[in-house]
Design a binder for this molecule. Structure first.
Ligand code: UN1
Length: 503
């Protein structure tokens, strides 16, 4: 396996503390970070316990009273320095992401680029947190709205994007004047620690420790505390639909705000006039990339009957050439799954696929070698297969055949999830149908582009069981702030709205 020089570059020790507010903390149980490529231990982490949690929340509350009064463009300047620092670590952090999570290095570096992009975006945004002005119905009155910081934002992230999803939230929330407490996945704690160390290099000299804090610990302990804590008015959580139901339920019970980015079951519709080369490249990246562990991974492919045979054959050929192996090896196309549990889920799904009479066209096996490797898998599916309605976080792609676009759209929309979708065609009517009110029901709908790999400039998220949240670009920043409507009277009288005469 490759040399792990990047660990020392990122300041990763054999034993690391997993909490940071104004100082490093970790009085809880030990957690091991495991490399999915060979099952070896990378390092140990001393997790946070309830005492550490309390310190982190108190420090965050304290620093918020100062951070919220810092002018937004000044906060943007701090984020600009963070972006510069991320740039310096693009390769080493990309490698760590790859080694700890299993995605190939090109994708690991791509993830760091996504962190840089959102930070750059947030710098500009720090001068654009616009409110509206309205015309009052009363003479010599002025009405406008302004946006204030919310407070502590709890950020709960998944293993599959162990850096970028935190950055989507943290960079935007920072310019909005919030402070963040980050609970990363217990499968990728080292990436979080490395990022916190990079962040500290910028925040500490400026006296802004506590603006971005880290809380490595189990969901059952410190995760639960965060979700139920009224001091965190917003919880932004990424993960499965089941996890989202629990977190969303707990947060709404205390009338808090949640931003949920949950499971997808993303489909691509291929029309007969589609360019087969583009289709192939998009499908392989979407279904095999990140070993099928993106929330935007392509899971269902709808092929028009006229081209179904041809595309299927091309896919089987392409799948047989996918190089599986060490994610740090530049020739590798597909790394391992994240852990043994993920391999079990893959195998369990395959059992159901066979029981439901899906036809395995390629793959379907776990690889007999150290680490958590499986074959990318193609399944000829039919509408009655319940398993195709579920998100299995693995490289399994279901192929369906259709006769006309309406049928394809209704098959596509028939699942509970609503994250990402796309169509391949050059035909204007097909495009417009797919994008119309009667078309894709997803938060993301693309044309001649796959389902994964969105840019940060757009709002990212999905409908239905995907949770309805929007992160990253466009006006997603609004969820990190509270809106205030202000009416100012500069007359010498006190006219009432709606023309009411009182007394
Ligand atoms: C995720 O899988 O949770 O659009 C996020 C994409 C990436 C982000 C995925 N930019 O695939």
């Amino acid at each position: 396996m490759s040399k792990l020089d990047f660990l020392s570059e990122l300041g990763i020790e054999d034993v690391n503390l997993g909490g940071f507010s104004t100082e490093w903390l970790g009085s809880g149980n030990e957690l091991e970070s495991i490399a999915p490529a060979d099952g070896s231990k990378i390092a140990s982490i001393q997790q946070c316990d309830s005492g550490d949690y309390e310190k982190i929340m108190q420090d965050a509350s304290n620093v918020f009273t100062r951070w919220r009064m810092e002018p937004a463009p000044k906060r943007g300047e701090v984020v600009r320095l963070l972006a510069n620092e991320f740039r310096k670590y693009k390769v080493s952090l990309g490698k760590l992401i790859s080694w700890e999570m299993g995605k190939i290095q090109a994708e690991g570096e791509g993830e760091v680029q996504e962190m840089i992009d959102i930070a750059d975006y947030a710098v500009g945004l720090s001068r654009q947190l616009y409110g509206k002005t309205m015309h009052s119905e009363r003479p010599n009155h002025r009405m406008y709205e302004q946006w204030h910081p919310l407070g502590i934002v709890g950020i709960v992230t998944a293993f599959n994007f162990p850096g970028a999803v935190w950055a989507w939230n943290a960079m935007i929330a920072a310019v909005c004047g919030d402070v963040m407490v980050w609970k990363p996945s217990s499968k990728t704690p080292l990436t979080a620690i490395a990022i916190q160390k990079i962040v500290n290099r910028v925040l500490e000299p400026l006296g802004w420790n506590g603006v971005m804090s880290l809380l490595v610990g189990s969901s059952r302990d410190v995760g639960e505390m965060l979700v139920h804590d009224r001091r965190a008015p917003l919880i932004s959580a990424t993960g499965s639909c089941n996890m989202g139901r629990k977190i969303g339920g707990a947060v709404s019970k205390r009338l808090g705000r949640s931003l949920l980015e949950l499971g997808g079951n993303n489909g691509i519709i291929v029309m007969p006039d589609a360019d087969p080369e583009l289709v192939l490249r998009a499908v392989v990246f979407g279904a095999v990339g990140t070993t099928g562990q993106r929330c935007t991974s392509t899971r269902r492919l709808f092929l028009h009957k006229d081209i179904s045979k041809d595309i299927t054959q091309r896919l089987v050929d392409a799948y047989s050439q996918v190089k599986i192996g060490n994610p740090l090896n530049p020739d590798t196309i597909m790394g391992p799954l994240v852990d043994g549990g993920a391999v079990n889920d893959y195998e369990a799904a395959l059992k159901i696929i066979k029981k439901e009479k899906g036809e395995i066209l390629y793959g379907g096996n776990k690889l007999d070698r150290p680490g958590f490797f499986v074959e990318p898998t193609l399944v000829k599916a039919h509408n009655k297969m319940e398993i195709t309605r579920e998100e299995t976080f693995a490289p399994i792609l279901y192929l369906f055949e259709f006769e006309n676009l309406n049928e394809a759209i209704s098959m596509h929309n028939s699942v509970d999830q609503g994250l990402s979708s796309s169509i391949f065609t050059r035909d204007m009517q097909s495009v417009e149908n797919f994008l119309s009110h009667a078309g894709s029901d997803c938060g993301i709908a693309n044309v001649n582009i796959g389902t994964s790999g969105a840019e940060i400039g757009g709002a990212f998220g999905g409908e239905k069981d995907t949770g309805g949240g929007r992160e990253a670009g466009s006006d997603s920043w609004k969820i990190y702030m509270r809106r205030q409507t202000n009416t100012l009277n500069w007359s010498d009288d006190l006219p009432l709205a709606q023309g009411i005469e009182f007394g």
